[in-house]
Design a protein around this ligand. Structure first.
Ligand SMILES: *Cc1c(COP(=O)(O)O)cnc(C)c1O
Length: 323
């Protein structure tokens, strides 16, 4: 094996590092949703995490393990938004200089937040430029530590602490739905789920337009697709990670997809019925649970909301889309 895969112990170690630093986010239920699905649905609300998404968990877990020399030199990362904010905030807490590559069309709110945390932001074109290569090149030139958005043992172990908290709060589940881009949240969640609730079915959920992980899962090897066009901007990854895919292959039961229209209807549900602002990517998990309702009757179901960072004008536009 080219790399030692992280284990549940790494998720537990991450939880200890995040203790008192990350929020223990609430788990919510909706009577309406439970009735609609004829199931008991436990919603883990990472939209209430620091910087508004689960990514703080992985970012902080990775940065907290850097040595004094690495901290002094600084870190570099690339992201369409939430990983940038996660690295920027973690770097600020740990007093580490941070440089972030962000796409020119990144959400203005995410861009402003990242700069607000004191990070240096460099723009790139997400459809034509390879941000990962640019970040790695800068890391090499300046002796910075590159923090990948998902394909990194410490990052994914940190992300797994969200599911760990969910299981520790509500006990075993029959099924767990997890939003999926590069697979950091899903692979970390799978490590936690297999340890805390061995029989729980684990499902990753991608946008239909960007089903690279579903294709990879079916084929047994990673498939790369052109950058997908979807409102789920946190899941516009062209290919699942190598480390994350090894864990997903071993532990995950299936990958589901949903359309942008289904995302908007889940987004509307969260706003109208639960009074929560959820970004399109954060709606993947609920949209898939609703789609799979017929198979979930009488079950205890976990849904992880990944984040809530969306510009309010964009949010209003999406909600105004006729359903
Ligand atoms: C990054 C992100 C995802 C995808 O996470 P991966 O670990 O890349 O699979 C999903 N939702 C939100 C809100 C994100 O920021």
């Amino acid at each position: 094996m080219p790399h030692a895969l992280p284990t549940f112990d790494d998720v537990l170690a991450a939880a200890a590092r995040l203790q008192g630093i990350a929020h223990k986010t609430p788990v919510m239920q909706s009577r309406t949703l439970n009735e609609q699905l004829q199931a008991q649905v436990f919603i883990k609300c990472e939209n209430f995490q620091r910087m508004g998404a689960f990514k703080f968990r992985g970012g902080f877990n990775a940065l907290a393990q850097l040595n004094a020399l690495q901290r002094k030199a600084g870190v570099v990362a690339y992201s369409s938004g939430n990983h940038a904010q996660a690295v920027a905030l973690s770097a600020r807490i740990l007093n580490i200089p941070a440089t972030l590559f962000m796409p020119h069309d990144a959400s203005p709110a995410k861009l402003a937040a990242t700069q607000g945390y004191g990070a240096t932001v460099i723009g790139y074109d997400r459809y034509t430029e390879d941000a990962s290569a640019k970040a790695m090149q800068l890391a090499q030139e300046k002796g910075l530590t590159f923090i990948p958005p998902f394909d990194h043992a410490d990052v994914l172990a940190g992300q797994g602490t969200a599911a760990l908290e969910l299981f520790d709060e509500v006990g075993e589940l029959d099924a767990l739905f997890v939003c999926l881009g590069g697979g950091g949240l899903l692979s970390g969640s799978a490590l936690a789920a297999r340890a805390r609730s061995p029989l729980c079915k684990i499902y990753g959920v991608e946008p239909e337009a960007g089903n690279d992980t579903q294709q990879s899962f079916r084929k047994g090897e990673r498939v790369k697709i052109p950058t997908p066009i979807t409102i789920a901007d946190g899941a516009q990854t062209p290919m699942v990670g190598a480390i994350t895919f090894d864990i997903i292959k071993a532990l995950v039961d299936d990958i589901h997809t949903v359309t942008d229209a289904q995302l908007i209807s889940a987004m509307r549900f969260y706003a109208e019925r639960m009074k929560m602002v959820i970004e399109p990517t954060g709606c993947l998990s609920l949209a898939a649970a609703i789609q799979a309702a017929a198979t979930l009757k009488g079950q205890r179901v976990g849904v992880i909301i990944s984040g809530g960072n969306v510009d309010l004008t964009r949010f209003a536009q999406l909600l105004a889309t006729p359903s």
